[in-house]
Design a binder for this molecule. Structure first.
Ligand SMILES: C[S@@+](CC[C@H](N)C(=O)[O-])C[C@H]1O[C@@H](n2cnc3c(N)ncnc32)[C@H](O)[C@@H]1O
Length: 384
């Protein structure tokens, strides 16, 4: 009920109005579990607000309860209410629109417990060595199915109790995120840019598999998150060049172009609700449009930094098309030298411009990948 209330209020009530907060909560309880008739529900609770000598709250109680009743009536038509699935109506509707065949299982997966998935630091230990160490300590674990670097701990325990934490033998990272390395597939010497890198989950994963012929620049605009990236690099025993900067302002120079760019930018995080349940109540519908604009601006800027025949991997932990295929579609319309490669992977759902993992499928987080290749300028000229 508390979560339902937070979606109904434009902003939280002040501490001194805790009585009104409790009044609305109890009214919602009456509406949901006691079948109080709607007219009685509204009028009695408005009167109760008045008797608390808070005339201003009468209007609020009236509006909140009427909105709840109206939305519940709409939802009742679907046999399953959005509140039952614990999602705000706008988000449930968007998920349903984007994934008409999967929306119910997505909402349920968002309410389930996520696994504790680790990524073994191949610079320090192999996955089979680490699994053996876990067995010796009586910690049940299995290998991840699609990522060659992952391990799932069957009964999660505090990280510090896992062997090798301080020695940098592993990082915590969902299997879906681990697949970024495989999709980007760095197979040539040269410069690599991780443009929205903090706290370094993917930077450190890429570094674990690079050799001296490659060098990686890790950029993020958030100073505090970059401090966490530096700490993670130190714990895992690796290093790279780092820069605190807005990636939409990075300068390009042909001699410093990157062969591989990873863009894991800001997003709604609608694919990782099972890990961060509050996300659904903090996000607003209007955020999605703003995020899509940011994502496109980042893509446009980074494209100038990519070498001919280079590859840019765009990833989000979102399941919303507005932040995924639609962003890529807008980008492709403006950049004739760009083409997407949807690859042939055994995981995820193929979309127009990439692949989408839906939350909970193969026990993974929701994640989107689009690999964009930059065609050589001569080829683009010839094609015109
Ligand atoms: C999804 S998180 C990145 C997670 C990271 N790639 C990892 O694997 O640990 C998105 C990041 O984008 C950064 N960011 C947002 N806008 C940015 C911008 N304009 N330039 C650089 N970084 C940006 C945020 O600070 C945040 O750290």
């Amino acid at each position: 009920m508390t979560e339902a209330l937070s979606t109904l209020l434009k902003k939280p009530l002040r501490q001194k109005d805790a009585d009104i907060h409790m009044l609305i909560l109890s009214a919602l309880f009456q509406a949901k579990f006691m079948q109080t008739p709607p007219h009685a529900l509204v009028s009695e609770n408005v009167e109760a607000a008045r008797s608390l000598k808070k005339e201003w709250a009468c209007k609020l109680v009236n509006a909140v309860l009427r909105r709840y009743l109206k939305e519940n009536q709409v939802n009742a038509l679907d046999s399953k209410t959005h509140f039952d699935c614990n999602h705000p109506p706008w988000l449930a509707a968007l998920i349903r629109q984007d994934w008409p065949d999967d929306w119910e299982s997505i909402l349920m997966a968002n309410n389930a417990h996520p696994p504790l998935t680790l990524r073994v630091n191949s610079q320090r230990v192999t996955r089979s060595e680490y699994l053996e160490t876990l067995i010796e300590k009586n910690i049940e674990a299995v290998s991840t199915h699609h990522s060659p670097d992952g391990v799932i701990i069957k009964n999660p325990i505090p990280l510090e109790s896992l062997p090798g934490f301080h020695e940098g033998h592993f990082s915590v990272q969902d299997e879906a995120a681990q697949l970024s390395r495989l999709v980007l597939n760095i197979n040539k010497p040269g410069l690599i840019l991780d443009a929205c890198a903090a706290p370094g989950g993917k930077t450190t994963h890429l570094l674990e598999h690079l050799n001296e012929e490659n060098s990686l620049l890790s950029v993020d605009c958030d100073q505090d998150r970059m401090k966490r990236l530096t700490k993670n690099l130190a714990r895992l025993g690796m290093s790279c060049e780092t820069l605190i900067a807005d990636a939409t302002q990075l300068n390009s120079s042909p001699e410093k172009n990157y062969g591989f760019i990873l863009l894991d930018g800001p997003c709604s995080a609608s694919g990782v609700i099972r890990r961060h349940p509050d996300i659904r109540f903090h996000r607003r519908e209007a955020d999605i449009v703003k995020l899509a604009e940011k994502q496109l601006a980042l893509l446009e800027r980074l494209w100038h930094l990519l070498a001919d025949n280079g590859k840019l991997l765009y990833v989000t932990c979102s399941i919303l098309r507005a932040e995924n295929d639609n962003v890529i579609e807008g980008f492709l319309e403006e950049n004739s030298d760009a083409e997407t490669d949807t690859g042939s992977f055994l995981w995820g759902v193929k979309t127009k411009h990439g692949r989408q993992i839906l939350p909970g499928v193969s026990n993974m987080d929701g994640f989107y990948f689009s690999l964009i290749k930059k065609r050589n300028k001569c080829h683009v000229q010839l094609a015109k």
